[in-house]
Design a protein around this ligand. Structure first.
Ligand SMILES: [Zn+2]
Length: 434
């Protein structure tokens, strides 16, 4: 039996899906206007691991996992305007990067990846229904959800009204009946991406996108809804209100699962704070599996401080696992690892259990966590090269320090001839294979 901490119930509950032959899970996906950072990768890795566990327990075909792509948004519009291109140029580019980065971390693509721009009709239909039921109203080309029409609003985040208004950082707009009301539809100016609707040409708000796509692809009530802690309020609170009001009170999800932040120093890693590291940069000098293990090394609900030492430790752990597993195959997943994962995805406990295993059982148990996807030979291949490359980078740094630029350039050219490209940055020199 899997047990999951349910944010709505504030406790761990036995996971009993409505239909074990068709378990439904939805995770809020990326808004595609820039490169993902390692904090963005955490939910992707956590819910990929949960998906692997659910499939192990209920059968490979038991789960339908949907993760949306937000491809219409003010930040996307701003990025497109800055480059002078169509928004689709921005969204296609950064969706491709996102998928490449996540695949490198061993994250399997979801079964369904609905795109907001492809699902405008179900969003409009949901908004129409909310207006009919008295839960939404039109004002100056906008449609707003009326929070006072829903007595259960706030059930997930359990915030009081003032905290909700402050937390949502809502605009106090003259057309709002209540400052906490949120946008379902907004007008698009001439030349800005938009669709015709009963309220004029415009585009959907972010929250309504998830409610509409969940209903269209998975059903009115799903088993698991996931995302980062920062989405509890306002995003998930608003999803719950929209879906429940549109669907005659049917709950949106039976289990709400939220992962904690990746921290840099004392702060949450976030684009707005400018303290991010991206999988793109990290993958130049680390393997995806190393980063995946680092992300799984803390319990998913706990904060995860991201440090170089964490990554080095993850690499050393994987070296040890590959050495002990050797080329063994065909083992069974260890009961201790399984019990740890079944208990609210306790990956630190599962990893410490791996340290006691070897051979086929170690490999099968690691595979369940999305780890040890290579052979030992592949894993250790090129290790000698890496220390050699780093030694030559150090020699080059020394040469530069001594103002022997001819020697420094020679080392760089030699490495280039071997397909190793050096990049000098403020934090030193990194390298990647061409
Ligand atoms: Zn969402």
């Amino acid at each position: 039996m899997i047990r999951l901490h349910d944010t709505l119930a504030r406790e761990k509950r036995d996971f009993v899906p409505a239909d074990p032959r068709r378990i439904t899970m939805y995770v809020c996906g990326p808004t595609v206007y820039g490169r993902a950072h390692i904090g963005n990768a955490r939910p992707a890795v956590v819910f990929d691991t949960l998906a692997r566990l659910v499939r192990h327990e209920f059968g490979e075909d038991s789960l339908v996992y949907a993760r949306n792509v937000t491809d219409v948004d003010d930040k996307i519009i701003a990025a497109a305007e800055a480059e002078g291109v169509d928004p689709s140029v921005i969204t296609e580019r950064f969706e491709r990067f996102y998928l490449e980065d996540m695949r490198a971390l061993g994250v399997r693509d979801p079964d369904i990846a609905p795109h907001a721009t492809q699902e405008i009709a179900p969003m409009v239909a949901l908004i129409v229904r909310l207006i009919e039921r008295g839960n939404a109203y039109e004002a100056e080309g906008h449609v707003l959800f009326s929070v006072t029409s829903d007595p259960d609003y706030g059930v997930l985040s359990r915030r009081d009204r003032d905290a909700m208004i402050a937390g949502a950082r809502v605009e106090v707009a003259p057309y709002k009946r209540d400052p906490a009301d949120f946008v379902l539809w907004k007008p698009s100016a001439e030349g800005v991406i938009g669709w015709d609707s009963p309220w004029g040409r415009g585009r959907p708000g972010w929250h309504v996108e998830c409610s509409a796509m969940i209903a269209a692809h998975l059903g009115e009530t799903i088993d698991i809804h996931g995302g980062g802690l920062d989405l509890i309020f306002p995003h998930h609170e608003n999803e719950i209100a929209q879906s429940r009001c549109a669907h005659g009170g049917a709950p949106l999800a039976r289990y709400w699962v939220h992962n904690g932040f990746v921290d840099m120093g004392a702060e949450k890693m976030s684009k707005s704070l400018g303290n991010i590291v991206t999988p793109e940069e990290l993958l130049k000098s680390h393997r995806g599996e190393t980063l995946r293990l680092a992300l799984l090394s803390a319990h998913y609900r706990q904060p995860l401080p991201w440090t170089e030492a964490l990554v080095a430790q993850a690499k050393a752990t994987l070296d040890g696992l590959y050495r002990r597993a050797g080329e063994a195959e065909g083992g069974e997943v260890d009961c201790g690892v399984l019990d740890a994962l079944r208990d609210d995805l306790n990956t630190p406990l599962a990893l410490s259990r791996l340290a006691q295993l070897d051979g086929g059982s170690l490999r099968a148990s690691s595979n369940l966590l999305g780890l040890m996807q290579s052979s030992a030979e592949e894993w250790f291949q090129g290790e000698g090269d890496v220390s050699d490359i780093e030694m030559r980078i150090a020699e080059r740094a020394e040469a530069k320090k001594n103002r022997d630029f001819a020697a420094a350039d020679r080392i760089r050219d030699e490495l280039k001839a071997e397909g190793i490209v050096l990049e000098d940055g403020p934090g030193g020199t990194t390298w990647r294979r061409e």
